[in-house]
Design a protein around this ligand. Structure first.
Ligand code: SAH
Ligand code: DHB
Ligand code: MG
Length: 223
């Protein structure tokens, strides 16, 4: 099995199911035109995030790591009227591209974009009482995943779902002695998960146009 095959099948899925509506292509094109790194979720994964929002009947979503807002737009489109996404981004340029994309999508009124290091904006979000969030998507710097996960728990309620992106890392997650801080961030989360009471968690490996990676999926059943 090769990347070429995974990409071909991903393209087939996106085309056959008609997943990537023109809005998503426009948002993607704006990210590319601005020179952002092509590290957003794929269309099939974006649709999965939208479905998670719908499955959980989420009214409030927290995203850590906005980039150009591609995943944000997918999630925002799964919300009912009055639903809201708070999304956190450290890079001003990324945030500017994202803000333009939210306007393009007609979603500016339901997306609250906060600029700054997430470990500084998360306490502000908490202090403002913006939580608890029904769904939380962690997709920023991977070394801080354990801290982001602690924040996600703090900003959760009974029934909240927490998703973490990029947790398999082409299989590098099994390298115990890895010197890659991203791998170590994911490994620390994996070691934390079974010690936390009141959550159910799993990791699902994924392949597709964005390579070989995976999502951690956590259900909060006690707060
Ligand atoms: N969720 C996006 C992709 C996010 S890429 C999508 O799928 O469309 C990761 C983003 O996290 C980058 O834009 C990066 O600038 C941002 N980031 C990195 N470190 C951060 C930090 N400490 N706080 C907030 N955002 C951070
Ligand atoms: C990177 C970040 C991501 O969130 C992702 O999905 C892929 C790559 C990165 O920082 O390289
Ligand atoms: Mg990611």
């Amino acid at each position: 099995m090769t990347q070429e095959m995974w990409t071909a099948v991903d393209n087939y899925i996106v085309e056959t199911l008609g997943l990537e509506k023109s809005l998503y292509r426009e948002v993607q094109a704006a990210c590319d035109a601005a020179g952002l790194p092509p590290i957003q979720v794929s269309a099939s994964q974006g649709k999965l995030l939208e479905i998670f929002v719908r499955m959980t009947r989420a009214q409030s979503v927290l995203e850590i790591g906005t980039l150009g807002g591609y995943s944000t737009v997918w999630m925002a489109n799964g919300l009912p009227p009055g639903g809201r996404v708070v999304t956190l981004e450290i890079d001003v340029k990324h945030a500017e591209v994202a803000a333009a994309n939210f306007a393009r999508a007609g979603l500016s009124d339901r997306i609250d974009l906060r600029i700054g290091p997430a470990l500084e904006t998360l306490p502000v979000v908490e202090r403002e009482g913006a939580g608890p969030f029904d769904l939380i998507f962690i997709d920023a710097d991977k070394a801080n995943i354990p801290s982001y996960f602690e924040w996600a728990l703090k900003l959760s309620r009974f029934g909240s779902v927490i998703i973490v992106d990029n947790v398999v890392r082409e299989g590098a997650v099994i390298e115990r002695d890895s010197t890659d801080v991203s791998v170590q961030g994911v490994r620390r989360l994996n070691e934390m998960l079974p010690t936390i009471e009141g959550i159910e968690s799993t990791v699902v490996q994924t392949v597709g146009g964005k390579g070989y990676d995976g999502f951690t999926i956590v259900f909060v059943r006690r707060q």
